[in-house]
Design a protein around this ligand. Structure first.
Ligand code: NAD
Length: 364
């Protein structure tokens, strides 16, 4: 019998449970048709966990995740919990601690512009008439979001505040190594982004990336300063393949890539540690503006299963089959509300889940 794969499922808030409902359809197809021995364990997280258990990350959720082989997350947050102190809010109180607890240092986010969705891109047709498939590798648990920061007051100057960008060489080394490995599995092309002309942390970043490059002679490495990089990505996105960034720059660049490819409802991400334990989730948030309307796009949540198959389970063909299924569904003209041009001809969340399921059954 196939080895059991325990999956912690955290639907969360807003549209999280709605799109997770569609993800379950795909998981059950993989279980029945491909004989993957998934064991599902569902836990509360985020706002819903605050309401039920008084904390965004209850201890039983954390222990459940620890006992699992991977985590499939929906999204957390919403206006109901915005007035809580920062550290108690769904994102600060659950997501950041989860990433830190499992040492999920690498965030991987593919942005693909599907031919059928080119009219959703804000860029000119001549720019997007080429293949755009960028994979952003972002350092996730260090840098300026985790360095010393403070807001203070002095009698002389009034309020002042600071944040610190601190990177240890080992932290840069491990994320660079992961990016080179991923580049090798794709087109042997890697662009590292920094601000080495100004920042000391970026100088160390560049030196370290150059050192790691010696182990990967086939990968063509280039460096860009962040200010130039954001311009080049907009002007010529098809030039890029794998992009490597620090936490701060990756936050910005991955959203830029997302915007180029159309709707946030299409984008999934994987956060991994050195043992390939991963947390897989849509790139967007809990979308409270469309919660309960059955119009959320479930594709990002479903593609996060494709990333789970690729990065945690090494089932590359099945992972590709899910990406291909999405392509087929779009080619046939099915659109959710966010992808619909006239906002009249669209399929709802449940219908899209069913269409993807039926197409996947033919694909695998
Ligand atoms: P958001 O991503 O939730 O929504 C931005 C816009 O994108 C909205 O118009 C929304 O309707 C749309 N959108 C997002 N996902 C969609 C989907 N699957 N289908 C169709 N449309 C979709 O960002 P926001 O409004 O800034 O944040 C809302 C809440 O989500 C906040 O509480 C925020 O803190 C939280 N958030 C959580 C995560 C996470 O859980 N990883 C990430 C980002 C934001």
């Amino acid at each position: 019998m196939e080895k059991k794969f325990h999956l912690a499922i955290l639907p969360g808030d807003g549209i999280g449970p709605e799109v997770m409902h569609e993800a379950y359809k795909i998981l059950s197809i993989l279980k029945k048709k491909c004989f993957i021995n998934f064991i599902f364990h569902e836990y509360d997280i985020g706002g819903v966990a605050i309401d039920k258990h008084g904390t965004a990350l209850p201890i039983h959720t954390l222990i459940g995740c620890e006992k699992s082989d991977a985590i499939l997350l929906g999204s957390v947050g919403g206006p109901k919990w915005n007035n809580l102190p920062d550290e108690k809010q769904p994102e600060r109180g659950a997501l950041l601690p989860l990433r830190k607890h499992f040492n999920l240092f690498a965030n991987i986010r593919p942005s693909i512009l599907y031919t059928e969705l080119r009219d959703l891109s804000p860029l000119r047709q001549d720019i997007i008439n080429t293949n755009i498939n960028i994979l952003c590798v972002r350092e996730l648990i260090s840098g300026i979001y985790f360095g010393k920061s403070q807001k203070k007051h002095s009698v002389e100057f009034g309020d002042y505040a600071f944040d610190t960008e601190l990177y240890y060489q080992s932290e840069i080394y491990r994320i660079a190594d992961m990016a080179f490995k991923i580049a090798q599995q794709r087109n042997n092309k890697l662009t590292s982004i920094d601000k080495a002309n100004v920042l000391k942390s970026s100088k160390l970043w560049r030196e370290t990336v150059n050192n790691v490059a010696k182990n990967y002679p086939k990968v063509q490495l280039s460096h860009l300063y962040i200010d130039n990089a954001v311009m080049q990505i907009i002007k010529n996105p098809s030039h890029f393949d794998v992009i490597l960034c620090s936490n701060l720059f990756g936050d910005i660049v991955s959203d830029e890539c997302a915007a180029i490819t159309g709707s946030i409802g299409m984008l999934a991400s994987a956060s991994l540690n050195e043992k390939n334990f991963g947390m897989y989730e849509p790139a967007g948030g809990s979308a409270p503006d469309i919660q309960g309307k059955n119009i959320a796009n479930p594709i990002a949540q479903i593609l996060s299963i494709a990333l789970l198959l690729r990065y945690s389970m090494k089932l590359y063909e099945l992972s590709d089959a899910i990406f291909e299924t999405i392509k087929q569904v779009l080619k046939k003209g099915y659109r959710t509300f966010d992808l619909s041009n006239n906002k009249k001809d669209y399929v709802n969340t449940n219908q899209m889940g069913d269409i993807i399921s039926q197409t996947l059954l033919k694909e695998i």
